[in-house]
Write a protein that binds this ligand. Structure first.
Ligand SMILES: [Zn+2]
Length: 290
């Protein structure tokens, strides 16, 4: 079971991070993507991923933190993450191709620490996007930072993880400029309409669902999760936020992705095993985990 978006790098996990990761593994977790929101959390995500076989990570600046964005600093972090020794762009790309092969071998029978020590576990740029709920005053700056990070993702052949809150029109406009996303794009914590989801899917963009799908009043999200093609989405928790029922209101953790799976499987009238197997395949392909 893959959790495509958690914030294990959040301070809320500082006291019991090992326990929380163990809970995930015991619940049937195979891999989780630790997602960043600024420079500090990018470095922390890297450190967590480099010390845990099952954890991969992203680097990026969330629209709430645009003042933290420095293109050169972020690019340097990406380069050093992809390859500590070889600095040139070409070498980074070559190393990344090697990474794919190495992971394919190591995932066959669990993860091989010897191989994973040599590969980069940076698998995406994110979370990036637009958030007009928290700040409507700096729209132009948010767009600039979003676009710069999409360009960086393309340059280093990485998929993007998109955050969008109350900025659907502007987000879609930017995404249309860059589609099709050769290296992948996912709209995380989906909370829009079915119509909007279909627009994204037409552009080749994936959808990921959090625990919000389990909430009683989440009529639209339930409809989307029930309707869109099985190959177009995957699962996440966005923990420590948005804990699914039956833990709603408490701290969320990666293991709770199983409640997201159970809810969507029931909506789609299929077994939880089949749902997880399909969404795992989608996530593995998307993040190049195999
Ligand atoms: Zn998030």
């Amino acid at each position: 079971m893959i959790n495509s978006h958690c914030h294990l790098n959040d301070a809320q996990f500082d006291n019991d991070r090992e326990q929380v990761i163990n809970n995930f593994l015991r619940a049937g977790g195979d891999a989780a993507i630790c997602v960043a929101w600024d420079i500090e959390s990018s470095k922390k995500a890297q450190q967590i991923a480099e010390t845990h076989n099952e954890i991969y990570y992203s680097i990026g600046v969330h629209p709430d933190n645009v003042e933290d964005f420095n293109e050169k600093e972020l690019e340097n972090l990406i380069i050093s993450s992809l390859n500590n020794k070889e600095k040139s762009h070409q070498n980074v790309i070559a190393k990344r191709s090697y990474h794919k092969n190495a992971v394919a071998i190591s995932t066959k029978n669990g993860f091989n620490s010897e191989q994973s020590a040599e590969i980069s576990k940076l698998v995406a740029i994110g979370e990036i996007g637009l958030d007009y709920f928290h700040n409507k005053e700096n729209k132009a700056e948010q767009k600039r930072v979003f676009i710069k990070q999409i360009e960086l993702a393309n340059k280093y052949q990485l998929p993007i993880i998109i955050h969008c809150r109350e900025a659907y029109g502007d987000t879609l406009e930017i995404l249309k400029q860059f589609a099709p996303f050769k290296f992948g794009a996912v709209m995380h914590c989906y909370s829009g309409s079915l119509e909007y989801a279909n627009e994204l899917i037409k552009l080749g963009i994936k959808i990921s669902f959090t625990g919000t799908v389990t909430y009683k009043n989440a009529v639209n999200v339930k409809e989307v999760a029930k309707t869109i093609p099985l190959n177009s989405f995957f699962l996440e928790t966005d923990c420590p936020y948005l804990a699914p029922v039956p833990h709603r209101g408490k701290r969320n953790e990666p293991a709770y992705v199983k409640y997201v799976a159970e809810c969507i499987a029931a909506l789609r009238n299929m077994s939880v095993t089949d749902l997880i197997s399909a969404t795992d395949q989608n996530a593995i392909k998307f993040f190049n985990l195999k």
